[in-house]
Write a protein that binds this ligand. Sequence first.
Ligand SMILES: NC(=O)c1ccc[n+]([C@@H]2O[C@H](COP(=O)([O-])OP(=O)(O)OC[C@H]3O[C@@H](n4cnc5c(N)ncnc54)[C@H](O)[C@@H]3O)[C@@H](O)[C@H]2O)c1
Length: 282
Amino acid sequence: MELKHIAIIGAGAMGSGIAQVSAIAGYGVTLTDVSAAQLDKARRSVEGGLGKLVQKGKLTQEEAAASLARIKTSDAFGEAVGEADLVIEAVFENLELKQKIFRDLEKECRPSAILGSNTSALPITEIASVTKCGSRVIGIHFMNPVPLMRGVEIIRGQLTTDATVEAVTEYVKRIGKEPLVAIDYAGFIVSRLLDVLMNETMKLVQEGNRPEDIDKAMELCAGHPMGPCKLLDLVGAEIAMHGMETMERDLGPTYKPHPLLKKRVLAGLLGKKTGQGFYKYE
Ligand SMILES: NC(=O)c1ccc[n+]([C@@H]2O[C@H](COP(=O)([O-])OP(=O)(O)OC[C@H]3O[C@@H](n4cnc5c(N)ncnc54)[C@H](O)[C@@H]3O)[C@@H](O)[C@H]2O)c1
């Protein structure tokens, strides 16, 4: 199954990064979002990302221009997904919203199209359960920031076929990433471990530890490339909170989101996305 054209739904932090790496690898990309402003922002972000790669000597000016030209943006859902061989959904981490999109995808996409979700924690079988095409539904969990992080979790739903897994594995390799397989339980591998770390960090903050010290401790004493407060700011506090909620629902009360995490989400202290988390961002 050769994939040529990719549609990405949701042009936020993840969708724009997925568009960039896919276009560099030669895929035709259509990026769609309910917000036209977000589509403009995503295009600027991809332009900026490609510019950095040119500065670093990793792409020529011509390759960057050709990559950008391969990305179309559209706020018309049906038009955006109609021609796609592979769709990657990257909207907010909300089960009902994702299920609605997968119902619509089943109607609007070609019957051979593979339908992927970039969910951080929601079981793929549950997203697929509202469709009759579970054989073509799969988790493709990119890491943030997409252009830099090498690993991609591939999550097979209960009905996902080998052909779907093989085609997506091939795509992940072609964009220069390393695929790894995670089992379809809430949080998979990466969010299961990292969300717990970030949730526990809330307790440390509440007990009076300074975010700077927590980050220094994990960077200098545990060798983490980035401390958990910086990581939470990068990921978005709401993403970690929703991950914990999904794991609490499926795996038990150990995963209950800390009240301070919820409070920070309610206050809009999401991190880089809102310009303010534990640290301030331009
Ligand atoms: N942020 C991370 O570190 C990270 C890492 C891996 C996976 N994820 C997952 O990726 C997904 C997106 O996360 P994000 O951080 O990019 O979020 P984001 O808030 O930056 O972007 C989400 C985008 O979806 C758009 N959207 C909402 N409803 C839509 C609809 N009906 N149709 C089209 N677009 C719609 C929004 O306008 C927004 O631009 C989530 O499922 C998240 O859990 C996030």
